[in-house]
Design a protein around this ligand. Structure first.
Ligand SMILES: Cc1cc2nc3c(=O)[nH]c(=O)nc-3n(C[C@H](O)[C@H](O)[C@H](O)COP(=O)(O)OP(=O)(O)OC[C@H]3O[C@@H](n4cnc5c(N)ncnc54)[C@H](O)[C@@H]3O)c2cc1C
Length: 467
């Protein structure tokens, strides 16, 4: 039971017990900031609904970005701290209600990310052959919840692909679909993903921006990478690079925009080449509807212009692009955990600006938020570090001020979960999964092969327990 009394100062015998919900970068940085300070003795349960830690570092960052994905090694080290317990395979709100969790700990930090996709809101969006980037990314990264059949049947017919969106995720998707099998061989993608990508009949990829190149949100490094692909040639229409005065101003004021324009201008002379996939970057094109009966066959787009406020305005000029696969990549969105408020507009948990959760506009003692579910889905992995530190500073200030309520007397979260029939995956269990993935990779000369199905992940845990 949660007591109403103020918490006594935590001590090594009775450390402050904190549950962190979500073991992505924000959760791990939060746990790390808590374990790296010495003012308040802490004991942390880092809970994740998956049997594996790392969130989007495992299931989002493109598998062909080996250097970026290597950040998991740094995150991994944080998990080893003796005051930290990884509790995977436990979904808060499903395996354990928030209210019940709060009875076990003195404070909760929500770091459960923003996993939903945003929709285009146009006709035909639900046709087979229309996917959200979230679905495709989850699939190629081997997320246990990915709908293999849906994605693989869409890919099997994908000759002409249109990716809607001009952020880094759209570039990831376009790049992965246009890569040669040899380029992907060294990644940690599940074997069936590699096989399905190799068999996909992709002949052309178009990446579509509603506004102009000066308004695109991709970064220069990601953009430049498209020009170095083994089997694809980037094509850009020079007319798309003629800027209106506002966009010129934007380019002059923003180094990323001017660098991006420089990279794009370097491609205007490119022409389609035999045996190479044309990868078109097309701007000023707003999707109007997906065409097809039974499955997608095309995408109707309207030509746009950018107004003085940087918004896309339709010109009435309409064109149909052939498309067997349309992938929308127009952003991620957070959702509510059962029992937790959400701001529906921003898809974030309301907080006081430093990470203290607000319920009905009032501070809710002992509840904090960090990462994408605090700020919204933007920023790189490292952005979550400063964000997590800010939240931890608020939590520690409250602990020191004695305003946290005290959770139950015993450290019994894991035993409670087990008694309820849950199968928590602890750090040594995750190590067994890690070892099984490395072993599987070695069978094909790869550093690692991701285990995709939840059952395969849990089987690795059980096999290690029997040894
Ligand atoms: C496709 C894609 C590619 C990206 N590529 C890059 C890149 O190359 N470089 C870069 O720096 N950044 C990249 N990012 C951004 C980076 O991944 C994010 O900044 C970061 O992952 C956000 O961290 P987070 O911890 O808030 O959320 P997440 O990483 O999403 O972690 C949230 C965790 O919470 C868990 N969870 C959810 N619900 C529950 C629940 N009810 N109970 C328990 N656990 C739960 C999830 O399983 C997950 O592990 C990319 C993002 C995406 C989407």
């Amino acid at each position: 039971m949660v007591s109403d009394g103020a918490a006594p100062p935590s001590s090594p015998d009775r450390p402050l017990r904190v549950a962190v919900i979500g073991a992505g970068p924000a959760g791990i940085f939060t746990a790390d900031a808590l374990t790296q300070q010495t003012d308040v003795p802490v004991q942390i349960d880092l809970v994740d609904r998956l049997p594996t830690p790392f969130g989007l570092v495992r299931h989002g960052i493109a598998p062909d970005h080996a250097k970026m994905r290597a950040i998991r090694e740094t995150l991994h080290r944080s998990l080893d701290h003796p005051s930290l317990r990884f509790v995977g395979n436990v979904e808060i709100g499903v395996d354990l209600a928030l209210e019940d969790l709060r009875a076990h700990v003195d404070a909760v930090v929500y770091t459960y990310g923003a996993a939903l996709d945003r929709k285009l809101g146009i006709p035909g969006e639900d046709l087979p052959g229309s996917l959200a980037a979230t679905e495709l990314v989850a699939w190629y990264c081997g997320h246990p919840d990915a709908d293999r059949e849906r994605v693989e049947s869409a890919l099997a017919a994908a000759r002409s692909v249109v990716v809607v969106g001009v952020g880094n995720v759209a570039l990831d998707v376009g790049r992965v679909l246009a890569r040669t099998p040899e380029e992907l061989e060294s990644t940690d993608m599940p074997q069936h993903v590699l096989d399905a990508l190799a068999a996909a009949p992709v002949e052309q990829v178009t990446i579509l921006g509603r506004r102009g190149p000066a308004q695109a949100s991709f970064t220069t490094q990601e953009l430049r990478e498209l020009g170095a692909m083994a089997g694809a040639t980037v094509l850009v229409d020079p007319a798309d690079l003629e800027l209106d005065p506002d966009s010129e101003e934007r380019a002059a004021a923003d180094r990323v925009v001017s660098r991006n324009l420089g990279v794009l201008r370097g491609w205007v002379e490119n022409a389609p080449e035999p045996d190479r996939i044309p990868l078109r970057l097309r701007f000023f094109s707003r999707p109007a509807r997906l065409l097809g009966e039974g499955r997608v066959t095309g995408l109707e787009v309207e030509r746009t212009a950018v107004d003085g406020d940087g918004r896309a305005v339709g010109t009435g000029e309409v064109e149909v692009l052939p498309a067997d696969l349309v992938v929308r990549s127009v952003g991620y969105r957070g959702s509510a955990l059962p029992g937790l408020p959400i701001d529906e507009r921003s898809g974030t948990v309301p907080h006081d600006g430093t990470g203290r959760v607000l319920r009905d506009g009032q501070l809710s003692g002992g509840e904090y938020v960090a990462g994408w579910i605090k700020r919204g889905p933007s920023g790189v992995v490292g952005t979550n570090k400063a964000d997590a530190r800010e939240t931890v500073a608020a939590l520690l200030a409250d602990a020191t001020a004695g305003v946290l309520r005290v959770g139950g007397p015993a450290d019994d979260l894991v035993s409670t979960l087990q008694a309820r029939g849950a199968e928590p995956v602890l750090l040594e269990d995750w190590r067994a999964i890690d070892a099984a993935e490395i072993e599987l990779g070695a069978t094909r000369g790869r550093a690692r092969t991701t285990l995709h199905e939840r059952e395969a992940l849990l089987a690795a845990v059980r096999a290690a327990a029997r040894r």
